[in-house]
Structure formats: structure tokens, C-alpha cells
Design a protein around this ligand. Structure first.
Ligand code: GDP
Ligand code: MN
Length: 377
């Protein structure tokens, strides 16, 4: 789950990091008043889950309260990379001496957090990685020991020659790592970490993603979710406890178990089709989940056929069959249904389906081939 800049900055402040002040507003009048309170000038920044806001015109410097109001009005009406702006962050303008990049993420290859720093901050770090990779310095952190003070200082010397700045930089790096660990983040970055003309190291941008699997034990972070950034299908899936990823194809897939869902998508591809989604209804026996799954799949206008692939273990086939029958009655869709059921309570499941005028096969190959044929033919 991605956080907005202002939310990420609050997490950074909680570990004591030096972060520039700011307040979030939703209307130009409030932006004007805040700029006034900052002594007349202000930075106005779009709060959207997208990088490159500066390039897209979503970060503007205002030299008067009136200008801050105008910028806020323009930015609040914008979309950045398809995301509508609902809030702007207003901060006093900082005098920038230098801009650095500091980030930490999980490196799956080494199964460790990796810190990355670059003196070439402010710009897109992906650009630096492509054009000038030696300008990015990496350090793998052994999670058993955490980040050691000399390691943080070593990284900071890559950013600053002056010892006073380097020790402030080391503090910011250590605090970033602390915030990353404390909040169950999968990624945390500061770009730019500035040194002000007066010699203060300060985070003026912040980006944090929380690992979704950490949210259940961190309700205070789960509450930061911005519902406007989530599609209706994603929200419905999350609320129903389904693992759902929308893809671009036309074969709607409803499967129990992530492994079987992956295998099903592979087979759809093998027969020349394109899956419309990954959808795992999980191992539970709950017809409501099946209804939710069908609502989500049928709400995608690209879907031409619905493919059920259920291997009954803990999941009972009769529960899935009941869910399918209920969903057909409740939603009343026209799309062809292709069903494969095998395993626990397969026989009652077939009875339930045939009483409702539906049929189920037991071969996975056959149903997938048929579904692809129906979707393309
Ligand atoms: P991003 O483009 O989404 O990463 O947004 P940033 O917060 O990083 O802002 C983009 C750029 O705007 C920064 O790299 C700075 O160059 C500039 N900027 C942001 N805040 C300030 C500020 O307080 N003072 C000055 N002079 N420039 C700023
Ligand atoms: Mn930035």
C-alpha cells in the first residue's frame, strides 16, 4: 500500500528525522492562508501516488499568498499519470544547496533490505540508474544486526564531503532505515534529501510503501489507505478477502489457491488466450466469496467468458457450487460459464449445478481450451 508524501513524512518525523514542515489542504483559500502564515511564499505539491510530480507540473513554488492560491487551484484540478489530485501539501520554500537521493527497499535476490544513496538526487533515480549507474551506492543490511552507525556514516560520505553535513546525512539515513523497519515498509525513500544553504540536512520529499501483509498488525497504517486511489474492483476484492489482480485479457478466471491460479493462467496462455485477471478465492468454504468474485469479474467489460477452476481440498466444491448458483441468480449475467470442479464434495457440487442448469467438467485442460475457444470465437 502506497502512502502519500505527507503521510510518509509523518512516519519520518516519528523517528526524529529533520523533515520540512507542511500542511495538507483541499482548497485554494486554505493554501493562500497557509502561505500567508509561512511569511508569504510557499511550495504547493500535489498529493498523488506518482513519482515525477515536479515534471508533470504538480510541484510549484509560489512567491505570494495569491500565487499559492492560484497554484493550488490549478494543481487540485489536475490529473497526474491518470490520478486525480484531491489534496495539496503546502510548505515553506527551502533554499536548496544540494539534492541527494536516499532509499531503502527489499532486495529479493539477497533477501535483505538494501540502502541506496546518490549525490545525484532530485531527478528520477531510474534515470540515474540507467545513465550513470556508478553514481548510486548500495549497501545490503543484515537484518540480524540492523544498520550499524559506521555503515550509515560511510554512505553519508558518498553524499557529503563536509563532516558536519555527513554526520547529519548519516543520521537521516539511519532514521530512514528505522522508519522502514518500524512500519513494515517494502520501500522508503527521500528524494531529494537536501542540504540547505544554511547547512542543514532536511528531507523535503518522502515516499513509502507498506507491505500489504504487515497491515493486519498495524491498523493505524491500514487506516491511512486513500480509497480514492483504489479501483472499485480492487476495493471489492480486498473487502471480500480475495487476492485479485486485473490483467488485460478476456478470459475471467476464478480459482482457489494461488498456485492453481497461476497454473490456470499459464494454461490459458498455452491455448492462445489471455487471462482477464488473477483471482484466488482462497481456501475457505464461503459462497459469499464466490459471489463477490463473480461480481468483480463480470464488472470488467473486457471479459468474454468466465472460467472456474476449483480443486476441492479445504475448499468444498459444494460451497463453490452454491456460490455460483447464488451469483447467477443475484447478478444475472449473460457471459458463458465454464466450470471445472474436482475433489472434496464433488458429487453434491455437480448435483447443485445440474439442478440450476449448469454443468461442470473435471479435466482442467478441457475446460481451459473450451474457455479460450469461447473467448476468441
Ligand atoms: P517529485 O517530482 O514528485 O519527486 O516531487 P519533489 O518533492 O521531489 O519536488 C520536485 C522538485 O521540486 C525538487 O527536486 C526540488 O528541485 C523542487 N522543490 C521542491 N520543494 C522545494 C523547495 O522547498 N525549495 C526549492 N527551491 N525547490 C523545491
Ligand atoms: Mn521527489
Amino acid at each position: 500500500m502506497n502512502l502519500h508524501e505527507y503521510q510518509a513524512k509523518d512516519l519520518f518525523r516519528a523517528v526524529g528525522m529533520a523533515v520540512n514542515p507542511g500542511e495538507v489542504v483541499r482548497d485554494p483559500g486554505a493554501a493562500r492562508a497557509l502561505a500567508e502564515s509561512f511569511g508569504g511564499s510557499a511550495v504547493v505539491k500535489a498529493q498523488v501516488h506518482s513519482g515525477g510530480r515536479g515534471k508533470a507540473g504538480g510541484v510549484k513554488l509560489a512567491r505570494s499568498p495569491g500565487e499559492a492560491g492560484k497554484h493550488a487551484e490549478a494543481i487540485l484540478g489536475m490529473s497526474i499519470n491518470g490520478l486525480a489530485v484531491h489534496e495539496v501539501l503546502i510548505s515553506p520554500i527551502e533554499e536548496i544547496g544540494s539534492e541527494a537521493y536516499v532509499g531503502v527497499l527489499i532486495d529479493r535476490g539477497s533477501r535483505c533490505p538494501v540502502l541506496m544513496v546518490s549525490a545525484e538526487g532530485g531527478v528520477d533515480i531510474e534515470e540515474v540508474a540507467a545513465d550513470n549507474p556508478e553514481a548510486i551506492h548500495r549497501l545490503r543490511v543484515d537484518p540480524r544486526y540492523g544498520l550499524l552507525p559506521h555503515q550509515a556514516y560511510g554512505l553519508a560520505t558518498r553524499l557529503y564531503d563536509e563532516p558536519k553535513l555527513a554526520s547529519q546525512g548519516a543520521r537521516a539515513i539511519a532514521q530512514l532505515y528505522q522508519a522502514f523497519v518500524d512500519n513494515g515498509a517494502s520501500m522508503a525513500e527521500i528524494n531529494p534529501l537536501i542540504a540547505t544553504s544554511a547547512g542543514q540536512v532536511l528531507a523535503i520529499d518522502a515516499k513509502v510503501s507498506i507491505d500489504d501483509s504487515e497491515l493486519f498488525r498495524r491498523p493505524e497504517l491500514a487506516a491511512l489507505r486513500d480509497p480514492t486511489t483504489e479501483s472499485a474492483a480492487d476495493r471489492r476484492a480486498r473487502e471480500a478477502g480475495l487476492s485479485f489482480v486485473k490483467l488485460g485479457g478476456n478470459v475471467g478466471c476464478c480459482v482457489n489457491g494461488a498456485g492453481l491460479a497461476m497454473a490456470t493462467m499459464d494454461l490459458v496462455k498455452f491455448y492462445g488466450g489471455e487471462p482477464a485477471n488473477f483471482l484466488d478465492i482462497g481456501g475457505s468454504s464461503n459462497p459469499d466469496k464466490v459471489v463477490a468474485a463473480l461480481e468483480i469479474i463480470t464488472s470488467d467489460p473486457g471479459v468474454r467468458v468466465i472460467l472456474f477452476n476449483i480443486f476441492g481440498g479445504i475448499t468444498r466444491c459444494d460451497d463453490v457450487a452454491n456460490g455460483i448458483v447464488q451469483a447467477v441468480e443475484r447478478i444475472g449475467f449473460e457471459l458463458p460459464l465454464v466450470i471445472r470442479l474436482t475433489g472434496t464434495n464433488e458429487e453434491p457440487a455437480r448435483r447443485i449445478l445440474s439442478e440450476a442448469g449448469l454443468a461442470a467438467a473435471s479435466s482442467m485442460d478441457d475446460v481451459v481450451e473450451k474457455a479460450v475457444h469461447l473467448a476468441t470465437g
